[in-house]
Design a protein around this ligand. Structure first.
Ligand SMILES: [Zn+2]
Ligand SMILES: [Zn+2]
Length: 215
């Protein structure tokens, strides 16, 4: 009988613990570098050394477009402020050799483990009519897609230039992610809408990146 009672009590305590929400978030844990530093170039090692590890958690992600490992500083506070278990990150950077600008998108969990890294093409605010006209004059064959952005709270027109259409056509993936980085009319922070396009442009899943990082 005593054992049963004790069990009940401990259950009770567990329940109360579950209900208890600390009024102040726990202090920031100093981030730990989880990768082998010998994998870094001198330049990268230098940039890691300059990071404030109380604010940024550096992670190493291979970019298949650059064919290089990239050190990406993840802002710790932003991660802590996101409730969902998977956090979508978009990292905008340039290929040092071809100068092409592109993104790596990937998910992290709250322990900064990296999942599903993928290099994607990127488009930036090309949706204004003027830009579209300019592009058309330059003889681009544009394909316009319409996608809802929950931050802008409106349907955006995204002009996909011929070069990216070609990549979509030739991709081995059934759905090809494309990053659309833009600001809204109120001039809020730039944000990244990831659109997953199938080869017929018929099915357009979308997801907002939780965190957009510029190189
Ligand atoms: Zn890259
Ligand atoms: Zn938007």
């Amino acid at each position: 009988m005593i054992i049963v009672n004790e069990k009940k009590n401990s259950n009770q305590i567990e329940k109360e613990d579950e209900l208890f929400i600390p009024p102040i978030p726990p202090p920031n844990k100093k981030s730990q570098i989880q990768f082998d530093e010998t994998e870094l170039s001198k330049e990268q090692l230098e940039s890691v050394k300059q990071l404030d590890l109380n604010k940024y958690h550096p992670i190493l992600v291979k970019c298949e477009q650059c064919n290089k490992n990239k050190v990406i500083p993840i802002p710790i506070k932003k991660v802590q402020n996101i409730d969902s278990r998977e956090i979508l990150i978009a990292y905008l950077h340039q290929n040092k050799e071809t100068h092409e600008i592109h993104c790596i998108i990937f998910e992290i969990d709250h322990q900064f483990n990296v999942y599903f890294p993928k290099a994607t093409d990127v488009l930036m605010n090309l949706s204004s009519l003027n830009d579209a006209e300019k592009l058309e004059k330059a003889n681009y064959k544009i394909r316009t897609i319409f996608v809802l952005c929950d931050i802008c709270r409106k349907t955006l027109q995204i002009q996909v230039p011929e070069k990216i259409q070609k990549r979509i056509k030739e991709s081995h993936l059934p759905k090809i992610p494309l990053c659309y980085i833009h600001t809204d009319e109120k001039g809020n922070e730039p944000h990244c809408l990831v659109v997953f396009i199938d080869k017929n442009y018929g099915d357009r899943n979308r997801r907002l990146a939780d965190i957009l990082i510029f190189e």
